[in-house]
Design a protein. Structure first.
Length: 275
């Protein structure tokens, strides 16, 4: 598995990533507590026409670092380093949740690198209500990590999930979430608390899809409206699901993402990776 070493604000990081397929570049940025594996269905759907780079940022997967505090800027630097190491010069970017904040920061600070942008469940600035939720996450993670996994379906899923769930199936989901939760989820949640993209969003030049979850109880609709207002070239779509729409309603979610990507003029074509 490829990796790239770089210096971030707290010290050194070694970022591991997958690179798959051939064609124009596509960088995928996962959310809090997840890993690059979040994107497996999208990778399979587009590997025939994109060179897909899916990294783990600090706190997730095989990526290692100094173990201290992180910033949005750190995670954006890691993502750019992975894309560059994989041979991508200009590329499309898809980000979910914290990954959407990282993607927007990258697109606003290095606009020459980003050909198009998909922001799912993103936000402009962490407000008081969101910060209260993130503080609760941190307290639960500190006191009883297993309870955090039990909270996740309540936070992440909407009526589509709950109308089909029973106690046994939900228990199975909780167990899977507990087993796969990234070890650095608390560090990443601290980054969630610091998000403030107001200064960088107007500098985004890439055509952008603001993709909302209609039943998202974490990210309020006002945040989506503000993304639309602050980013110059946007369009809007939504999925009838909760914050974790990619897991709750995958068919609709992946269809919207792939349709947007396929509708964009290609980034600078990339050679097939040699690794």
């Amino acid at each position: 598995m490829p990796k790239v070493n770089l210096r971030i604000s707290g010290g050194d990081a070694s970022v591991h990533y997958d690179v798959t397929g051939s064609g124009p570049g596509l960088l995928l940025i996962h959310g809090t507590g997840a890993t690059r594996e979040q994107w497996a269905p999208l990778v399979e759907a587009v590997r025939d026409r994109f060179t897909v780079v899916a990294p783990d940022y600090s706190g997730s997967g095989l990526t290692t670092d100094h173990g201290g505090a992180l910033t949005v800027e750190d995670l954006a630097a890691e993502m750019l380093a992975a894309a560059s190491d994989a041979g991508l010069d200009r590329f499309h970017v898809v980000g979910h949740s914290l990954g959407a904040a990282v993607a927007a920061h990258l697109a606003g600070t290095r606009p020459e690198k980003v050909a198009s942008l998909v922001l799912h469940a993103g936000w402009v600035r962490t407000d008081a209500r969101m910060d209260a939720e993130f503080r609760l996450w941190l307290e639960v993670l500190d006191a009883a990590p297993g309870l955090f996994a039990r909270m996740l379906p309540l936070m992440a899923f909407g009526t589509r999930y709950w109308s089909a769930a029973d106690a046994a199936s939900n228990e199975a989901v909780v167990a899977a979430l507990a087993a796969n939760l990234a070890p650095g989820v608390a560090r990443q949640t601290e980054v969630d608390r610091t998000v403030d993209l107001r200064a960088v969003l107007p500098a985004i030049t890439a055509p952008t899809l603001v993709l909302a979850s209609a039943q998202d109880r974490l990210i309020p609709p006002a945040q989506q409206r503000e993304l639309l207002a602050r980013i110059p070239r946007t369009r809007y779509a939504e999925v009838e699901a909760g914050h974790g729409a990619h897991a709750e309603h995958p068919e609709a979610f992946w269809d919207l993402v792939t349709a947007f990507l396929d509708g964009q003029p290609s980034a600078v074509p990339q050679a097939a990776p040699t690794r």
